[in-house]
Design a protein around this ligand. Sequence first.
Ligand code: GLP
Length: 246
Amino acid sequence: MVDVTVHDSAEAAAIDVAESIRDHVASCVANATACRLGLATGGTPLPVYRHLIEMVTAGKMSFHDVVTFNLDEYIGLTSSHPHSYHAYMRSHLFDAVGLDASRTHLPLGSADDPDAEAARYESTLIASGGVTMQLLGIGRNGHIGFNEPGSEHDSVTRVVDLADSTIAANARYFDDPANVPRQAITMGIGTILRSHEIILMATGASKADAIRGAIRGPVEPSNPASSLQTHAHVRWVLDTEAASKL
Ligand code: GLP
């Protein structure tokens, strides 16, 4: 059975996701098991990170025992570049909750050999024991991480070319559209599917077609998020607009 929660607003969806992450971290601490969060970027998780910071500030949770692995990073941007996902994570979560670089992992987009960097990232993730809870957004074309349509469902961390529609969607973050990176290093779909639990969050009408395809569509490489139908512990947290075509 598909585990879908539909909220009246994006804000309510974000609170639900933040509380799920808080509860996951608490259960890791209570059971003395390692907590390895898989984290996403983009606009969708921003209110989730805001709520997590509020919980930490209020003393309701701590990231002291948490290790993080991000899904992806642009190729060609250094970790200090303001539009890198390294910078995004530092400014929207890591710095405010006291997650220092030794406990956070992202692929290095400025590596001399991106293919070797992708292989290193996959190995580091496997050696860690794997992601215990993965947060995902979804692209309008159904991509997860930067696994664009056509990505095999057993793919691992690798260098990928971004779809034109993804480059166009991400151009809003860059001063000049010509500066939007064309490639990224991303966890593969197979990498993502090894996570013990997955929460996919989607908000807004622009995600309605992608959500319908992911949940109701056939499981095939043309639709990367449809791969999640093969995972036993996926929770879909949506607002009414993203859920409007289910
Ligand atoms: C980027 C990220 C994805 C994210 C997607 C949607 O392409 N690599 O991880 O899910 O954008 O972003 P947004 O939440 O801004 O719609």
